[in-house]
Write a protein that binds this ligand. Sequence first.
Ligand code: FAD
Length: 494
Amino acid sequence: MTGGAAWDVVVVGAGVAGLVAARDLVRAGRRVVLVDGRDTPGGAVRGHDVAGLRLDAGAESFATRGGAVAALLAELGLADDVVTPEPLGAWVHLTSGNGPLPRTGLLGVPAHPLAADVRRTLGTPGALRAALDLVLPARVGARATTFGALVRARMGDAVADRLVHPVVGGVHAADPDDLATDTVAPGLAAARAGAGGSLARGVRALRASAPAGSAVQGLRGGIHRLVDALVADVTGHGGVVLTRTRATSLVRDGVFVVRTEPAGAASGAVPPTTAAGELRAPRVLLATPQAPALLAGLGATDLTSVATDDGVPVTLVTLVLDAPVLDAAPRGTGVLVGPGVTDVTAKALTHATAKWGWLGRTAPTGRHVVRLSFGRAPASGAGGADGVPPADALLDVALADAATLLGVPLPADALAGHAVVRWTQSLPRPSAAHRAAVASVRAAVAELPGVAVCGAWAAGTGLASVVPDARAAAATLLDATPDVPDAPDTPVQN
Ligand SMILES: Cc1cc2nc3c(=O)[nH]c(=O)nc-3n(C[C@H](O)[C@H](O)[C@H](O)COP(=O)(O)OP(=O)(O)OC[C@H]3O[C@@H](n4cnc5c(N)ncnc54)[C@H](O)[C@@H]3O)c2cc1C
């Protein structure tokens, strides 16, 4: 508690980053208010209801690397609900047809280049070229500045184009030829160095050092349950979450002042939690991609010209289908789409009821959940410039793409329900320019006592990056002795 201020910390953004940081702050006794412009907290990890099923609207899993997400889930009492995807494998849809993705690998890089699934997708010449990696000298690829260039140098174009491009495109909505290896595959460079430069052996070493089991896990009932648990813990410790409240500016007036405006239309079904006006506190935590613009308002440094990457907007179409033909999971857990493909517009499909056993058992017999993502313009196809079909055609395209990718007929009357969610600013591409922009924001924040930033826009996409970064940000505020004086008694307007 700090003097007479109404709050100790204002948190902007109640996605997982803001909620995780807020949880650590309230549990340390700080009075915390979070604001979020949407009508529900959770950001990209929120849930939604489709055809009577409670489903993830965005993220559906977490990477196990680092162990931070599993540790958080354990703290929240959710450890027993952590689940592993069904071991059905995934597929890639290429101009040359469908093939399995390597069962052992990293971001499409095969750990065993001559394995049967790799030979099937690459063909024998492509697999033999990939296996050359095992004997090439360490200097090959040493100067590669991107992940794509490294893969091409060590394993050839077939691995880069048919395996790595679809997987990295699916995870990061970006081209591996634009991304630094350290950014997309932390630890791979060191693992490779210890393996004589071999990419395949480096991947094996990384996989061996990871926690046993799957590289990704989920939560029984959906990963959005993490948000429910975080909100319950934050509010249970006296924190306040104000939804439909957008932060518009940040200034310093003795303490930090976050100006807000109501966002979105009020609905009778939602409690009136909007706040208009100002929130004042001696500390502020910005868990939003709009942090650089908000920080510029402090005048401490000129961040107005800093541009972090917003990422490619992604449109996620969820189809709930009465289609017993899918009981056999014809494409395992899902399909990623390779470059140059023209017979579908979607860039990826997840067969959610096949991937997650709990969901398959929850859905009525013969009913299936399929998620398709659109958003990276393929060479051609029905998408517009952003790779997303127009709204009035989207559902038809999604159904047709699902049938093509899954290799089964899916008539329109199989559709029991659907949802369309458009994600913007949610998947920043970790290019060199983006990382430089983030570094300059972090440098500016280091000069601003009482201010912290976190979130995927700074830490990188994915809960495995976001969670430890948010906890580190909260720790800096717990340590910080701000150089701003305490506020006089200031009523909070909410
Ligand atoms: C479709 C999709 C699928 C994904 N799948 C996975 C997955 O399977 N596994 C995985 O690990 N990761 C996945 N991710 C990525 C992961 O969800 C994100 O990296 C992570 O949730 C980001 O959390 P965040 O809190 O940083 O940002 P966000 O979740 O974007 O939250 C930011 C919040 O801030 C609010 N906000 C922004 N500006 C303001 C403002 N000015 N005032 C008030 N509020 C504001 C927003 O409304 C939002 O709620 C996925 C992302 C998407 C979009």
